[in-house]
Design a protein around this ligand. Sequence first.
Ligand SMILES: O=C(O)CCC(=O)C(=O)O
Ligand SMILES: [Fe+2]
Length: 252
Amino acid sequence: MMMRDDDEEEDQLHQTAVLEQVFGHFSSDDEEEADNHHIAAVLEQVFGNSSSDEEDSDSDNKNWECIKEVKGLCILRNFLSISQQTRLLSSINSENWFTQPSINQAMRFGYQNLPNWAIKLSNSIHHSISSSSSSLFPSNLLQRKPFFDQMITNFYQPGEGICPHVDLLRFEDGIAIVSLESSCVMDFSFEEESVPVLLNPGSLVFMFGDARYVWKHEINRKPGFQSWQGQLLDQSTRTSVTLRKLCSSPST
Ligand SMILES: O=C(O)CCC(=O)C(=O)O
Ligand SMILES: [Fe+2]
């Protein structure tokens, strides 16, 4: 969080006063234990929950990696911390979308129909993209409102993936995919060329231009196909959230 200097100074004074108040009067063991709880509570109040806050700190200095062979394909590997991944997964699970084995995909159309957690995710993706250094991304994409208004959550069992495809033209340029649980390799292909990209849990993929319109993407999780740097990847369940923007006048 950014703070003005004078706010910061005032805040430090406040913290000192609180710490003095907390640490100033240890006596017996019982009292000490009670105090420890109190200290933890006050520290949390003053500094926030440090274990998660440290990890969840702002995304400005996280680094985008752009895949040079596939123009318009960028990935932010540390988009979500472990605790953020856990929270997102539990929000998805509380939708109860995937309680029957036959259902492995949930879609929502229209900004007002997105779950709250998807709106927060969309805001956070927008922030990560717009705070990236220099001109990695086309500026017209960043200015559209809402940034995303369509969501697909896919739930994959081991062995399940997605066939090669280009996303439908009814969606605008600029598509985001957030990966959770099992790592997987997504293959981008164009004519004879194929480029494997590792999608680690917590990563954010953003595709635009050629990566979105020209290259197909595919995940083949059939036994034997998921290998990265010569090593077969462990396959457990995988969840992904894809966010897109519907075109205002739909194409076919
Ligand atoms: O699950 C993924 O990572 C990709 C999903 C996808 O490509 C799509 O829904 O169009
Ligand atoms: Fe897709």
